[in-house]
Design a protein around this ligand. Structure first.
Ligand SMILES: *Cc1c(COP(=O)(O)O)cnc(C)c1O
Length: 404
């Protein structure tokens, strides 16, 4: 076996398809988000504006978050020093789990080192604990949910995206005695749409299923206290398990689930992805605590984000750019071709100091490659108007199609 030939061929395939991933090397400027410096090449760092960050509300640079992290670092040092079971269960972790349980109106919550791991660990463990469980998974569910479902070893039924009739058809076809779990997201971050959560819970009741909702792209941003779409729509109580990240709108790092005490206890006691890993640094947890507490009582950031998203959607639509319909804070432009998407992204960065990453397969299906903009409270109307003008110039130059 010529190993290097196989590895090189694997990389060559990505180049041929135009979806070889190039990471842009940046530093964000604290206190001046979305301004950053880009290290792509020649003459030292170049100033750019970030348009694709998942630090949706700029909380990663919020003075309260920074102060809380500095204080924790000063008080208790850098790391937690262990797993939760062996020395790494700091008081910050305990406090944050209470705070998150309260955010979602649940009895308990459990922290993980990332949202990815919270999905993988929870779904794989649930599926192993429930004998003969069938998992019903929305076709657009995130890779981390898919990994968890696969690792559970359960039978999986995939329902067409947000299609309640299809979900019911699949639920109905199962034996009523079979344990069933319905897994879905609230906000789908690539398509910018929202799941019909109330109706999914109605079906879960009708067919005696439990529900698992990934609120990663909603926590912090929706609902009067930032509890996500389930908070906004007052359905949190009906969803069995709510999962979220601490790395996107909360601006730091980590993941979690919130649910009944006994379910959280099962995951805490059985999930390898929770048990066999060093707990999050108390410095990170302290920052998250400040962020969650702030966003529970402040809607200023949420309101400004929704206003910015509405402005950018309108600006793109008025200019005839192919903005995808969005009922969320996410503003995707459909390109439909990986090479064109990369070309536009490269031109924006090189000539306009605009950073937006092209989104390719397997994050989205082939032929639906797109640019995904995430305007937030710190993107000004002037920045958005300039961005629209830059895109229009590029559209003309590359002879791209506009909406009719
Ligand atoms: C980003 C993401 C995750 C993973 O969260 P991390 O904290 O970044 O690991 C999970 N689910 C969805 C839908 C995501 O987009």
């Amino acid at each position: 076996m010529d190993y290097s030939k196989v590895f090189n061929a694997a990389i060559d395939r990505l180049h041929e398809e135009g979806r070889y991933r190039v990471f842009i090397d940046i530093l964000r400027n604290k206190g001046a988000f979305p301004n950053a410096r880009c290290f792509a090449g020649h003459n030292g760092p170049k100033p750019i504006t970030v348009w694709c960050s998942n630090d949706y509300l700029g909380m990663g640079q919020h003075p309260k978050v920074i102060a809380a992290m500095e204080e924790a670092l000063h008080d208790v040092g850098a790391g937690s020093g262990g797993t939760r079971n062996i020395g790494g269960n700091t008081h910050y972790h305990v406090d944050l789990e209470h705070e998150l349980a309260d955010l979602h109106g649940k009895e308990s919550a459990l922290l993980f080192t990332s949202g990815y791991i919270s999905n993988e660990a929870t779904l794989s463990t649930l599926g192993k604990i429930l004998p003969g469980c069938v998992i019903f998974s929305d076709e657009l569910n995130h890779a981390s949910m898919i990994a968890g479902i696969r690792n559970s070893g359960c039978e999986k039924q995939v329902w067409r995206h947000n299609d309640l009739e299809h979900l019911e058809e699949l639920l109905k076809a199962e034996d009523p005695a079979t344990p069933k779990l319905i897994a879905f997201e609230s906000v789908y971050s690539m398509d910018a749409d929202v799941a019909p959560i109330t109706e999914i819970c109605d079906l879960a009741d009708k067919y005696n299923a439990i529900t698992y909702c990934d609120e990663v792209h909603a926590v912090g941003m929706y609902g009067p206290r930032g509890g996500g779409i389930t908070d906004r729509d007052a359905v949190a109580e009906r969803v069995t398990i709510i999962e979220g990240t601490l790395g996107k709108a909360f601006g730091v790092m980590g993941g979690y689930i919130a649910a009944d005490k006994v379910i959280v206890d099962v995951i805490r006691s059985y999930a390898p992805g929770f048990i066999f890993t060093t707990s999050l640094s108390p410095v990170l947890v302290s920052g998250v605590l400040a962020s969650v507490r702030h966003l529970k009582q402040s809607s200023e950031e949420r309101d400004a984000q929704h206003a910015a998203a509405a402005f950018l959607k309108k600006s793109f639509a008025d200019a005839g750019l192919p903005v995808m319909p969005s009922v969320t804070h996410i503003v995707p432009l459909m390109i439909g071709d990986p090479i064109k998407a990369k070309r536009i992204s490269d031109t924006l960065l090189a000539e306009y100091g605009v950073y937006v990453q092209p989104i390719n397969f397997p994050t989205v299906p082939r032929g639906t490659e797109r640019l995904r903009f995430t305007p937030g409270p710190n993107h000004t109307e002037a920045m958005m108007t300039e961005l629209t003008a830059a895109l229009c110039e590029i559209w003309e130059r590359l002879d791209l199609r506009k909406a009719a």
